[in-house]
Design a protein around this ligand. Structure first.
Ligand code: OOG
Ligand code: NI
Length: 495
């Protein structure tokens, strides 16, 4: 009997194949990977082991996220089949139709591994967006009908690929021969097609949204970007700029500051226009170009609890308000304030300046382990903070493995040629996590529940090691029982 290539190895090889493919298609991506590797080596040299607090250097060096876009629930279900085969599960719901700074006619989820050991082996994730042609604010009824018909008439994934994927899911892997075939077919499905683009149809959709045209204007899907992870995004930004690559104006997400890195910081650059063949109205072919793909890079920090997340959203709001005030005041010769500078001030005023305080305030997710040499002195209280203060337990940050809707919309928008159209008087379509899960036929995990389950599991292990029945988390907004309930949920999702 031949041994199976296990799920995690399929995922690692899949990520590598896409990276090779994208490097051939978009040369600037190779530069980005090269500079990212240099940045990570510099951080490692500077901070040693501490640099690996948010993941081993091996994990971070191999780490990528991709983005793809599809047109219908049927296509999304097929994507889910392919990604599930490599251990990537739908996680989180993002509605970008009302997003600032620019609405985009899609709803999205991210496919990623759930279990901590799977993430450690290879954390590949893909942000996956689905067009909402029924949203009248963007698409008139007649255009919706044409779009749906066009999308129903195309085939993004070969039936053989979907069969192999189903087999991999059922059996927990594939034979080497099958694995190679699966990876060939999978990589091919995400390559840029050289099929001519219908010029008039593409232009019709472009007038509404560049993203609508990118999704519904062609007969295949493709990787939109592939994103390496760095340990110091400010260094990366400066290094890329020094190489003459023009980055977008700012780093999205939290500002750089002396306190803990939270959630996710991202930045990007526009890739060069790519040559594409167009079919004109009279049927002739002409050479044109499209500029839809780009390079993006990210730095990840600690995951926030729901309380931490609402504080974060509040701080973003305060930053917006201060910027708006400054713009109103005007000042003839004063330069307008830079967003990240304003955000840094807001952060300093409202966010605990170290990880321990962030955790103690119930704002961030950590796991807890028993310190090797520690012993439990008799009579010491056994709640979490007492054990941390006594040096019996050590806290480790849980890395944020997901995305931020506002940054996502910013990334979409920064790479669109024009702003498109949205009729705000028309009715939108109600879409949420439950709807998307139902439409795709798979459950969608809630990120905060996964983090809570990871924390609860670490506390259960620590309690067992210390011979305690349980360790209470006495934090605002933390429900220990909820953490336990989520464990079962996460275990299901991770299987
Ligand atoms: C997805 C944009 C979102 C991110 O990193 O936030 C994203 C897209 O452009 O298709 O990838
Ligand atoms: Ni991205």
């Amino acid at each position: 009997m031949s041994t199976l290539v296990p799920t995690w190895e399929l995922r690692a090889r899949f990520a590598q194949r896409l990276s090779d493919l994208y490097g051939q298609e978009v040369p600037a991506y190779r530069t980005l990977v090269e500079v990212s590797t240099q940045v990570n080596q510099r951080v490692l040299a500077r901070f040693g082991r501490a640099a690996e607090r948010f993941g081993s250097i091996d994990r971070v060096t191999a780490e990528r996220h991709g983005a793809i876009r599809v047109g219908s629930p049927r296509e999304l279900a097929q994507v889910a089949t392919v990604f599930t085969a490599v251990g990537m599960h739908p996680t989180g719901f993002y509605d970008l139709r009302d997003a600032m700074p620019q609405p985009i006619p899609v709803v999205s989820t991210a496919f990623r591994p759930h279990a901590p050991d799977e993430l450690a082996r290879n954390p590949f994730r893909v942000f996956t967006s689905m067009l909402v042609p029924g949203d009248r604010r963007f698409f008139a009824a007649e255009l919706e009908a044409r779009l749906v018909e066009f999308i129903e008439g195309r085939e993004l994934f070969a039936p053989e690929l979907l069969e192999l994927a189903a087999e991999a899911e059922a059996g927990g892997g594939l034979s080497e021969t099958q694995a190679q075939r699966f990876l060939d077919l999978a990589a091919r499905s995400f390559a840029l097609s050289d099929e001519p683009v219908d010029e008039a149809w593409y232009a019709t959709l472009s007038a509404i949204s560049g993203v609508a045209a990118d999704i519904g204007g062609v007969r295949s899907t493709h990787i939109n970007h592939l994103t390496p992870r760095v340990l110091d995004i400010d260094d990366l930004y400066a290094s890329m700029s020094a190489r003459g690559i023009e980055m977008i104006d700012e780093i999205q997400g939290p500002p750089g500051w002396e306190g803990p890195d939270v959630l996710l910081r991202q930045t990007s650059f526009r890739a060069l226009a790519e040559p594409r063949l167009f079919r004109t109205a009279d049927g002739s072919l002409t050479q044109g170009e499209l500029r839809v793909r780009f390079g993006e890079v990210e730095q990840r920090g600690i995951a926030l609890t729901p309380a931490g997340r609402s504080l974060f959203d509040d701080l973003v709001g305060r930053t917006d308000a201060r910027l708006a005030e400054a713009a109103e005041r005007g000042g003839d010769d004063a330069a307008p304030p830079v967003r990240t500078d304003v955000a840094r001030d807001v952060w300093r005023e409202h966010l605990p300046a170290d990880e321990r305080e962030l955790d103690r305030a119930g704002l961030a997710f950590c796991t807890y382990t028993v310190v090797e040499s520690a012993t439990l002195a008799p009579g010491v209280p056994t709640d979490l903070d007492a054990l941390l203060d006594a040096g019996v337990l050590r806290a480790e940050p849980i890395v944020y493995e997901d995305f931020l809707p506002r940054s996502a919309a910013g990334i979409f928008a920064s790479n669109l040629a024009d702003r498109g159209r949205r009729d705000d008087a028309a009715e939108g379509e109600q879409r949420d996590l439950a709807w998307l899960a139902e439409a795709m036929g798979r459950p969608i995990a809630v990120p905060e529940e996964l983090y809570a389950a990871q924390r609860a599991a670490s506390l259960e292990r620590a309690a067992a090691r210390l011979g305690l029945e349980r360790i209470d988390i006495d934090r605002p907004g933390v429900d220990h029982a909820a953490g336990r309930a989520a464990t079962a949920h996460a275990a299901e999702g991770a299987s």
